[in-house]
Design a protein around this ligand. Structure first.
Ligand code: HEC
Length: 192
């Protein structure tokens, strides 16, 4: 009976000293696991540089360097309803703010030219003879690389989407410059 009290008393006083608290282990079992030598993400030395000359999976390096080279690239997509509709959606999402509904350079940014100071210069018209005479590859190059104040859209539009937008830019030109044949067809056109 007496010894039971002694043990109890000893236990109580030890815990009062914090001796039995587990905030700090009394001794560390397997210290090489406890204090890991592993690196934390983002820590210096943890971010490994990829070997020279490697590219991410699915990435295709862009090989067009000049406008002259760009001329050689033809639109690989057929001009069909699907590509035109897709191009329209993309144009009206990404290009319309600056270039306007018909690409005449009268987008929203241009309309804000006096408010309260010019926000952005009026972009050139895509209805110009210059763009009419551009090869599809040249427009592709502008969208991919950007040009002066126009930023690159390579991050937003994949290659297929860029070619679709180009089909639509051509359709916008044709809508404003219809041939006699186009007008004749339009007269007989019945909405499906
Ligand atoms: C932020 C506004 C802005 C957006 C959005 C924009 N552009 Fe442009 N774009 C410009 C400006 C400004 C220029 C003129 C750049 C220069 O001075 O060379 C230009 C030039 C161009 C040209 C060359 C015109 C020429 O005469 O040299 C083409 C083609 C073109 N844009 C197509 C597009 C297409 C297609 C999109 C949508 C994917 C688009 N742009 C989105 C502002 C924009």
């Amino acid at each position: 009976m007496r010894s039971t009290f002694l043990i109890l008393f000893a236990g109580l006083s030890l815990s009062a000293c914090g001796y039995l608290k587990h905030s700090q282990p009394y001794y560390t079992y397997a210290p090489d696991m406890h204090y890991s030598a592993g690196l934390k993400a983002q820590e210096e030395g943890a971010m490994r540089q990829p070997p020279k000359g490697t590219i991410p999976r699915g990435f295709r390096p862009y090989s067009i360097l000049t406008m002259d080279q760009a001329k050689m690239h033809l639109n690989p997509l057929p001009r069909n309803k699907e590509n035109l509709n897709q191009g329209k959606i993309l144009f009206n999402t990404f290009c319309i703010v600056c270039h306007g509904k018909f690409g005449e350079g009268d987008g929203l940014v241009a309309s804000l030219k006096d408010w309260p100071r010019p926000l952005y210069p009026r972009p050139p018209s895509l209805q110009s003879e210059k763009i009419r005479d551009y090869k599809d590859g040249q427009i592709f190059h502008v969208i991919t690389m950007g040009q002066n104040l126009m930023p690159s859209y390579a991050e937003k539009l994949n290659e297929e989407e860029r070619w679709q937008v180009i089909h639509y830019v051509r359709a916008l030109y044709r809508a404003k410059h219809p041939s006699a044949d186009d007008l004749k067809k339009a007269e007989n056109y019945i909405e499906e």
